[in-house]
Design a protein. Structure first.
Length: 116
């Protein structure tokens, strides 16, 4: 386990927690960044875990398969509605929840159509 001075990371706007590459990062109660080599899993993923991972992959592939104009529209809605998330995050939210009412509300507020 290694503790680092976070001043450089904070200067660069980098505040990470969780896994990044081969390392696991977390912040102590005293605001020190700690990282160590990620431990390998003790058991293989369950079928449920695999299905969830595949679902996230499919959402990402669907986003990348959208025409540039559609992706730009999701981004514009996010910015126009002053959301604190990107258009991609909004797209993922819709794909995981199918909350059409929220998307329709954003469409009315911004005047941009997302759902056909």
């Amino acid at each position: 386990m290694t503790q680092l001075d976070q001043s450089l990371f904070r200067f660069l706007g980098w505040s990470t927690q969780g896994d990044l590459g081969p390392f696991t990062f977390y912040t102590t109660r005293r605001s020190k960044l700690v990282f160590y080599v990620k431990a390998p899993p003790k058991s293989p993923p369950t079928p449920f875990q695999l299905s969830l991972r595949n679902r996230w992959r499919l959402i990402a592939l669907t986003w990348s398969a959208l025409p540039e104009t559609d992706r730009a529209r999701w981004e514009r809605v996010s910015k126009s509605a002053h959301l604190r998330i990107t258009g991609y995050n909004l797209f993922v939210y819709y794909q995981t929840t199918r909350d059409a009412n929220t998307i329709r509300t954003l469409e009315r507020q911004t005047g941009l159509i997302l759902l056909q």
